[in-house]
Ligand binder design. Structure first.
Ligand SMILES: O=P(O)(O)OC[C@H]1O[C@H](OP(=O)(O)OP(=O)(O)O)[C@H](O)[C@@H]1O
Ligand SMILES: Nc1ncnc2[nH]cnc12
Length: 178
């Protein structure tokens, strides 16, 4: 049984770092390095669940396309609550709500199925990484656009210098900070 600092160290040491990917000047933090190491993966999920259980009554976990899908369903399963995806444009069937958001080059659209979250349900948004916060901010807008209550945002990795959390009107939790 490892203590909290031991778990954090193992997870941090397992995150890959790739300079100049996918373009010059970006230091890419690769969460898949953690999932390739079962012990690190176990430690990460323990750390995540410890944080999530501090939040007030989460009733739905929303995961962001695509790396949020690696964590959201496991969190939801552990809490015994539904998992709902936010996807990039054109991937979800049925009636969807849309939010456009600005990326470094150009823009994209995120979508959420309208009937996926019931009125009054409290929502936690989960993604692997918070950088500019553009993706998380657009996802927060989707939740409030359909009139649902956002209780928190969880990013496994937070790039703190970029200050993406300033864009978000909900409590932000992260596990590993760079
Ligand atoms: O805070 P931001 O500046 O918005 O960046 C964070 C987002 O960027 C990455 O996703 P990406 O768009 O690369 O898509 P992917 O998860 O499908 O690889 C990451 O998984 C977050 O979703
Ligand atoms: N530096 C980074 N590493 C991995 N994913 C990212 N998404 C946005 N910035 C990123």
């Amino acid at each position: 049984m490892q203590d909290k600092q031991g778990k954090l160290d193992l997870v941090r040491d397992s995150i890959g770092s790739y300079p100049d990917f996918p373009k010059p000047g970006i230091l890419f933090r690769d969460i898949f390095g953690v999932l390739q190491n079962p012990k690190a993966s176990e430690c990460l999920f323990e750390l995540i669940l410890e944080e999530v259980k501090k939040l007030p009554s989460v009733e739905v976990v929303v995961g962001l396309d695509s790396r949020g899908f690696l964590f959201g369903p496991v969190i939801a399963l552990n809490l015994g609550i539904p998992f709902v995806p936010v996807r990039k444009r054109g991937k979800l069937p049925g009636k969807v709500q849309q939010v456009a958001f600005v990326l470094e080059y150009g823009q994209d659209v995120l979508e959420l199925q309208e009937d996926s979250i019931k009125p009054g349900q409290k929502v936690l948004i989960v993604d692997d990484l918070l950088a500019t916060g553009g993706t998380m901010e657009a996802s927060c807008k989707l939740i409030t656009q359909i009139g649902r209550e956002l209780v928190g945002c969880l990013a496994i990795i937070e790039l703190i210098d970029i200050q993406g959390r300033k864009k978000l009107n909900a409590p932000v939790t992260s596990i590993i900070q760079y």
